[in-house]
Design a protein around this ligand. Structure first.
Ligand code: NAD
Length: 240
């Protein structure tokens, strides 16, 4: 599939990441179906999209008319079949549970045989999740950061069997979303960003645990010396 043929994106899970990814896709002009298991999760996701669009509007980054059109492009559903059957791209953002993710992708095999398949997992190997699918060559990691609407980077992660055309399509999609794509060509733990971030956060935590310094000193150095946008502990608090 070429990027010009993509018109509908299905996002599975309307939580922290799912609602944000749905908003990003809708802002880029795509029809979006947002799937979750209970109406209250869909309602909460939609409410957060509404709120985020109103913030963009308030800051003068989005005209009112475009905000309304964007919101109208997101169609909530409690039916996986309805969400996925005519989707060109499926982005999964359900909880970080390998068995749950595998179960969903094995179900998708029966509903849709052509979409680009993507998982937003932070830590589970793409090859492991894609092992549940018959279309491993069309399977890729699309790792957004929180909040997806504001964070400019998306990692495109190659699983053991992902083919080159899938990587190209995923990269083009990320660009259409107005984001910067970085390709992680090996399914390594933490991909790129978290692999770097993990040791950084560990070292900071050990220094404080061993009474070598304070949380405030670490965060001051991170921001004012290293030039990072947030302190190490500030970021840990933010991500939870
Ligand atoms: P979350 O708990 O906020 O949202 C998960 C959503 O999935 C919930 O709305 C839940 O009801 C729904 N869900 C549960 N079972 C489902 C099913 N069978 N089908 C469809 N929906 C189902 O989680 P999150 O923080 O958005 O994380 C989602 C994924 O994104 C995880 O893989 C996580 O590792 C990854 N991720 C999270 C962050 C972050 O900062 N939160 C950043 C990058 C990647």
């Amino acid at each position: 599939m070429r990027i010009e043929e993509v018109s509908k994106v299905a996002v599975l899970g309307a939580g922290t990441m799912g609602h944000g990814i749905a908003e990003v896709a809708a802002l880029a002009g795509y029809q979006v179906s947002l799937y979750d298991v209970e109406q209250k999760f869909l309602d909460s996701g939609l409410q957060k999209i509404r709120w985020s669009l109103s913030k963009l509007e308030e800051k003068g980054n989005l005209p009112h008319q475009r905000a309304e059109e964007t919101f109208a492009r997101v169609k909530p559903t409690l039916s996986l079949d309805q969400a996925v059957s005519d989707a060109d791209v499926v982005i999964e953002a359900v909880p970080e549970d390998p068995e749950l993710k595998k179960k969903i992708f094995s179900q998708i095999d029966k509903i849709n045989r052509r979409a680009l398949l993507a998982s937003n997992t932070s830590t589970i190997p793409i090859s492991e999740i894609s092992s549940a699918s018959n279309r491993k060559e069309n399977f890729v990691g699309l790792h957004f950061f929180n909040p997806p609407v504001l964070m400019p980077l998306v990692e495109v992660v190659r699983g053991g069997k992902t083919d080159d055309s899938t990587i190209s399509l995923a990269r083009d999609l990320v660009r259409k979303f107005g984001k910067q794509a970085v390709i992680c060509n090996k399914d390594v733990p933490g991909f790129i960003v978290n692999r770097i971030l993990g040791p950084l956060m560990n070292e900071a935590a050990w220094m404080v645990a061993r009474n070598k310094t304070t949380v405030e000193a670490v965060d001051s150095c991170a921001i004012f010396k290293a030039g990072l946008p947030m302190g190490v502990f500030e970021l840990a608090d933010y991500s939870g």
